[in-house]
Design a protein. Structure first.
Length: 364
């Protein structure tokens, strides 16, 4: 719902003020846009790679991973041929590992089809590619007139047009998609899409927006009404599920470490971990001693919190140096070097960096 004028459902032609909006945003971008490596190519594969990496990732962090992936996999064929464990290891530290699995799956699908998708509709068939990502790639690589709608765009449009419809509602998704397509500069879709996303990230920020530097401030409904801080509106809050995990790094007398590969259907699937137990509350030391193999048990850290999108993990870490060769826990014994080559969940990665002395054996 718009505060100053009724939302239109006719998205065929842009209104004069929409054309002015696009022109001003594009001019701002020419002067202030970020210089990012994936903006210097029309290669759809490389653009797709950047878009998947940037999902729920800061640009500065994503830049390093983009460089890493393009060096290892310069074409979709190289990515498709890589082992999944290698892709997951290269992704380590970015989180949301389903993105990496879908990235690998999509590359193999593209190679099987004989080419990388050539238009918006084809892009939507790739695993992990939704309407935003497909629109971004289609406009940046193929100049298709497809408007992107990400968090930055939602915020800019909600404030400028004074839309109070929740962005996480069906009605909101439809209304914002229509407005975004109407505002789109259809003759320069790549330029406009890059511009409005950068504008949202740099000027029309979630907190402390730079309204004094805004090129469309004179027509901003939220600014005039004093509602900048209240828009956009979300109707649902993410409900967190709390989980309690205990990891034990088991090391034998040969300096090998017991590692387990997580199965499907839960967090961190396909990644490697130390033996782990989940409980309804933190385990006591006596409970850990009862579950761990016989040996010298040392607490490394307690009550570490790690937040995922819908979960809050409470994690305790222990180290167990075996007293003898007996160990009934399932897993694979690895050297420190082999553990280094595994993709680990972020909390374990941090613990492993502290645990791993430089003099651990790296080969058997």
């Amino acid at each position: 719902m718009r505060m100053n004028r009724q939302a239109t459902t006719d998205t065929k032609d842009a209104l004069p003020d929409d054309l002015s909006f696009a022109a001003r945003i594009e001019e701002w971008y020419r002067q202030n846009g970020r210089d990012l490596p994936w903006r210097h190519t029309k290669d759809a594969y490389l653009i797709w790679l950047s878009e998947i990496i940037l999902q729920q990732t800061r640009v500065e962090q994503g830049r390093d991973y983009y460089t890493r992936f393009t060096e290892h996999y310069p074409t979709v064929w190289h990515l498709a041929q890589a082992p999944e464990d290698e892709v997951m290891r290269l992704w380590q530290g970015l989180g949301y590992y389903s993105r990496a699995r879908n990235l690998h799956k999509a590359a193999r699908q593209a190679v099987a089809n004989g080419h990388f998708p050539l238009c918006y509709d084809e892009l939507l068939t790739l695993p992990g590619v939704g309407r935003y990502t497909a629109a971004a790639i289609a406009s940046f690589a193929y100049d298709e007139p497809q408007a992107v709608v990400d968090g930055n765009v939602y915020r800019v449009l909600a404030r400028h047009a004074g839309i109070s419809t929740p962005i996480d509602s069906t009605a909101g998704a439809k209304e914002f998609a229509q407005l975004a397509q109407m505002r789109l500069d259809k003759h320069h879709s790549a330029l406009y899409n890059q511009a409005i996303m950068d504008f949202g990230a740099i000027v029309c920020k979630p907190a402390s927006p730079l309204c004094g530097e805004c090129p469309v401030a004179d027509s901003c409904v939220a600014l005039a009404a004093g509602l900048v801080s209240t828009l956009p509106v979300k109707q649902h809050r993410t409900k967190l599920t709390e989980r309690f995990l205990t990891f034990v790094c088991v090391r034998n007398s040969d300096g090998l470490f017991l590692m387990q590969k997580r199965g499907q259907g839960d967090i961190y699937r396909g990644l490697y971990q130390f033996p782990m137990w989940e409980s309804e509350a933190p385990l006591t030391l006596a409970q850990v001693e009862a579950k761990a193999p016989r040996g010298q048990l040392t607490m490394l850290s307690q009550g570490v919190q790690h937040r995922l999108t819908h979960r809050l993990l409470h994690i305790d870490f222990y180290e167990c140096r075996l007293a003898d060769a007996s160990c009934t826990l399932e897993g694979q014994w690895m050297t420190a070097g082999e553990v280094d080559s595994c993709a680990l969940p972020r909390p374990l990665e941090e613990v492993w960096k502290k645990l791993r002395p430089c003099n651990f054996a790296t080969s058997r």
